[in-house]
Design a protein around this ligand. Structure first.
Ligand SMILES: C[S@@+](CC[C@H](N)C(=O)[O-])C[C@H]1O[C@@H](n2cnc3c(N)ncnc32)[C@H](O)[C@@H]1O
Length: 271
């Protein structure tokens, strides 16, 4: 009989917050599968050139290069220590031939427009740091300039009336508990302050492991900003639900949806 891997023994003192983040928040294979599906459906061929904006530890870029021998990925992030962590823990796990196809740029996403991409993605709501329409449109315009003729821009978003509440959402993960803390929401500006905390079986806690000072953009606002930035078309992809009301992980193109308390969605911009 195959032995089960031992349960990780995390504590606040010993745990690496990037490992906890990747294990609780990220699903690189799902993001990559979504991007590839939408691109193939529109253009009938596989995308090969992919850019991950706000890439952090560039887990999605590392997944992208596994999906095809010609695939190349560019990851952009301002934070050098986070990029270094990604090199040590994610890039090093790829075969050398794959590692060569991952290009990491320690730059501002507002300063990069080359090389031209088939797909640019911004995930885990990172572009919510741009709080005004002017800033958001400036970023989307840079992305627009970074795109090849046959290309798409993919962003995710979250929302629903629960996202405007000061509340905490707790989820059990393998060896720790993940807490999403919506600490502040200002109805006059749509600004929100959120934290991620991690709690451990031995009772220790890692408070404010990550903090996000964001504007909670609506899907309508994001689509308007993409159009203002020169995108010809935008598409919204809404998640289906299982019998228990939970999301089923399958995102379908939609123009009307049920107004539920909490949702995530994708918006795709077509240049
Ligand atoms: C929420 S994390 C996202 C990590 C990863 N994309 C994910 O899907 O989980 C946001 C990242 O954006 C980076 N960042 C913030 N502003 C940036 C900018 N203007 N240009 C590039 N990276 C930026 C931060 O350093 C941080 O690593």
């Amino acid at each position: 009989m195959k032995k089960r891997a031992p349960r990780p023994q995390y504590t606040a003192r010993t745990a690496d917050k990037q490992i906890l983040y990747q294990n609780s928040v990220q699903a690189p294979d799902a993001e990559v599968a979504f991007c590839r599906r939408i691109y193939k459906k529109r253009y009938g061929v596989e995308a090969t050139l992919f850019r991950e904006d706000f890439c952090g530890t560039f887990l999605i870029s590392c997944d992208w290069v596994k999906r095809g021998p010609k695939n190349q990925a560019w990851g952009i992030d301002l934070d050098q220590p986070t990029l270094d962590w990604g090199r040590k823990h994610n890039l090093s796990k790829l075969k050398p031939a794959l590692q060569k196809r991952v290009h990491i740029l320690n730059q501002n996403v507002l300063d990069v427009t080359k090389p031209k991409m088939h797909i640019v993605g911004a995930f885990n709501f990172s572009y919510f740091i741009f709080k005004s329409p002017v800033e958001l449109i400036a970023y989307f315009s840079k992305v627009r300039k970074s795109l090849a003729p046959k290309s798409i821009f993919v962003v995710d978003a979250y929302g629903g009336y629960d996202s405007q509440k000061v509340m905490q959402d707790t989820r059990k993960c393998e060896g720790f508990t993940y807490i999403w803390d919506q600490a502040e929401y200002n109805p006059l500006t749509d600004e929100t302050l959120c934290h991620i905390h991690f709690h451990f079986p031995d009772g220790t806690r890692m408070r404010k492991a990550f903090t996000y000072d964001w504007r909670l953009w609506t899907l309508g606002g994001i689509r308007d900003a993409m159009k203002a930035a020169g995108f010809r078309e935008t598409e919204a992809y809404w998640e289906g639900t299982m019998n228990n009301g939970e999301g089923d992980g399958i995102f379908r193109k939609a123009e009307r949806a049920e107004n539920c308390g909490a949702w995530t969605a994708y918006i795709v911009g077509i240049p």
